[in-house]
Design a binder for this molecule. Structure first.
Ligand code: WTA
Length: 660
């Protein structure tokens, strides 16, 4: 991976291709600068106009921004709308009824196309079915679904009746699911019998049963099960229902529940530096607006596009750029059930060729692993496929290193497609810093400049602006419509995590470090400044993994750090002290495997440490604080240059260096 100094010196510049600029919604830097200037000169007016032009309001708003309870900002608060209505009914009115909304490709390659009319009808039936179970506005519904039309429909159906959904990624364990059901106070879980990925069947319903069996899910009344495979599952009578039974005989129309703009559309749990995952709460109006604008600005979406975001609906990217954004702008999009490496690592390229994909949006980890695969097997190299339909590429979730950027640009985009390196977060609702494909000259490894109306800055610990060229803390100085509204059930934590007093209490703290290029002012993200890791674009808190490890009866202490990884960006390295003697050799290998499986059960396979090192102790200061900084150096295999004389037990460093 590239270090910051190398990134800062990156000087290659790639201008947007002429052919793209000609037809782009935002073409050229002049237009971009004019939009930024409009936002600067009349911030509220800028957003109000966009909100009127883009969102279909049931009741128009008269107030744009209410800052009286900052940082609990309110946008368009007296307006009323329904997000599902904006995504579906509007398309029926716009002549898109017969247009393909979703091209679904299953793990085994079966393709199903769903028109806007069909999706509308499906969502309405689903919504009526949920209503028949007594689910109503304000209730919370957990969705634990595979990538499917039904998964998207479940989210839209909740939005239609004003229920707040909380999607839990299908790779999370029963325990993680249970914690989320309890924290959200969910009345129902929507799941599938099984999910199919890479030819393997994975039980979802059984995990839901296990989660509920752990107890505490007192608010839960029903589990609705989509039959994906017909695999064997247990049914609890009275509680569990088949989705096909719930929607049978339901009308294909459903009057939307008109909600106020601030009504919580969803809660999505994400990792923080401390404690358990936070339920990031998003609004309806402001969120929808930004989902639409970023589809138009960043992705330059056109009626003829075939858009493909490869994220899972369990992450924010799958919310904004699968479940809501593409539908709200009437696009045709691909929803893919499987994995990039099945039946072989040419799957993405094959699907781009087959569906004539025009916009492709994926994560750097996927790109890096496909580079390796293509090098190992020329038969699945992207140059073996017809990718000429592509006109725009996107990257999301983690820094893209210049090598991967160049490969993506040359081999996938054929030097003819701009790359939108989109920096954003679960909390921001949509893109924040990204090149505009028809305007911004691109520099590999830099997410370039903020979108119009997004007031990002690099500051020091006291909130003072730093000069370009100097690394600091990334902040957003003004509220924006799609921002996080609160942490579900924990307003205090919201304020402390994102609007700390040291920064004045009104400046949004992103949790990332950044530096601006001395000449261009372009932003480069330098990584998290808290104890959050980014493994394959998945956010993981080191504390969460440590807590999972010490919950194992044989573990006395654990410290988890990130280690740069060529493919996954970062990997998880755990230093563990057992309650028994330090294991070595085969015994160490065996226990490490057991602990990895343990973490998979506690959190999910994505949280498994790649490396576990056993020690008699951990490096601590005399006051007992674990020196994670030193552990990071050891994990990287680098020499320790810091002064370690203040350590209680400096000798332990040698042992951990050698430990396997
Ligand atoms: C990181 C994913 C560099 C960053 C949408 C952020 C990035 C965290 C980029 C949010 C990017 C995301 N360049 N880093 N283009 N995009 N990140 O909440 O550390 O899953 O804070 O949202 O991913 O991860 P989250």
């Amino acid at each position: 991976m590239s270090d910051i100094e190398t990134l800062k010196q990156e000087s290659r510049i790639f201008n947007p291709p002429e052919s793209f600029v000609k037809n782009a919604a935002i073409s050229g830097m002049e237009q971009y600068k004019a939009m930024c200037a409009a936002a600067e000169s009349d911030y509220e007016g800028f957003w109000a106009q966009l909100a009127r032009e883009n969102v279909q309001w049931h009741k128009p708003f008269t107030k744009t921004l209410n800052e009286s309870e900052a940082p609990f900002y309110k946008w368009f608060e007296d307006g009323q709308l329904n997000v599902s209505y904006n995504c579906l009914d509007r398309n029926l009115q716009n002549g898109n009824a017969g247009k393909t909304a979703i091209i679904f490709e299953s793990d085994d390659g079966k393709v199903t196309k769903v028109t806007y009319q069909e999706l509308h009808d499906k969502v309405c039936q689903f919504a009526n079915g949920l209503k028949s179970l007594g689910i109503k506005k304000g209730d919370r519904v957990v969705i634990y679904m595979p990538m499917s039309v039904e998964g998207v429909a479940a989210m839209q159906a909740c939005a239609r009746i004003g229920a707040t959904h909380s999607v839990v990624f299908g790779g999370f364990s029963a325990k993680s699911l249970q914690e989320r059901i309890i924290d959200a106070g969910a009345v129902a879980v929507i799941t599938a019998d099984e999910q199919v990925r890479g030819g393997k069947h994975l039980p979802l319903k059984a995990i839901v049963d296990e989660a509920i069996g752990m107890g505490g899910c007192d608010t839960l009344r029903n589990v609705v099960v989509y039959k994906r495979t017909g695999g064997n599952i247990n049914f609890v009578s009275g509680r569990d229902l088949w989705l096909h039974d719930v929607i049978a005989n339901q009308a294909a129309t459903c009057e939307p529940e008109w909600v106020e703009a601030e009504h919580p559309l969803f809660i999505l749990y994400t990792s923080g530096s401390t404690g358990k995952p936070k339920g990031v709460q998003h609004s309806s109006g402001g969120y929808l607006l930004w989902a639409m604008l970023t589809m138009k600005w960043t992705f330059d979406i056109k009626p003829t596009d075939v858009f493909w975001c490869t994220a899972d609906i369990g992450w924010v990217t799958g919310h904004t750029y699968i479940a809501y954004g593409p539908l709200a702008v009437g696009a045709t999009q691909i929803v893919f059930e499987g994995v990039p490496t099945f039946p072989n690592a040419g799957r993405f390229w094959d699907m781009i060729q087959k569906h004539k994909t025009t916009i492709f949006y994926t994560a750097p980890t996927a790109i890096r692993s496909l580079i390796k695969a293509a090098e190992a097997d020329p038969a699945i190299h992207p140059n073996k496929y017809d990718l000429s339909s592509l006109r725009l590429l996107g990257s999301v979730g983690e820094p893209i290193n210049p090598e991967a950027w160049m490969w993506y640009y040359k081999n996938v985009g054929r030097e003819n497609c701009p790359i939108a390196d989109t920096f954003w977060q679960t909390e921001t609702g949509g893109h924040m810093i990204t090149p505009l494909p028809g305007a911004t000259p691109m520099v590999p490894g830099s997410c370039t400049l903020p979108l119009p109306g997004i007031m990002t800055a690099v500051v020091d610990e006291t909130g003072h602006d730093l000069p370009w060229g100097q690394g600091g803390i990334l902040v957003v100085k003004r509220p924006w419509p799609a921002m996080i509204r609160t942490i579900w059930g924990d307003a205090d934590r919201f304020r402390k995590s994102y609007f700390p007093e040291e920064l004045g209490g009104k400046t949004y703290l992103a949790g990332d470090g950044a530096v601006r290029n001395e000449k261009t002012g372009y932003f480069t993200i330098t990584g998290r400044i808290d104890d959050v890791l980014n493994v394959s674009g998945h956010r993981m808190g080191t504390m969460e993994i440590e807590s999972a490890l010490v919950a194992n009866p044989i573990v006395a202490e654990a410290a988890v750090v990130g280690k740069p990884d060529e493919t996954t960006g970062e990997s998880i390295c755990a230093f563990v002290v057992l309650k028994r003697a330090r294991p070595t050799g085969d015994e160490a290998k065996q226990i490490a495997k057991e602990l990895r499986d343990w973490v998979a059960k506690e959190i999910g396979p994505i949280a498994k440490p790649k490396e576990i090192r056993f020690g008699d102790n951990l490096p601590k200061t005399r006051s007992g604080k674990i020196m994670r900084r030193l552990l990071r150096v050891i994990a990287k295999g680098e020499q320790i240059t810091q002064d370690v004389s203040t350590l209680e037990n400096p000798a332990i460093l040698e042992q951990l260096k050698l430990a396997q």
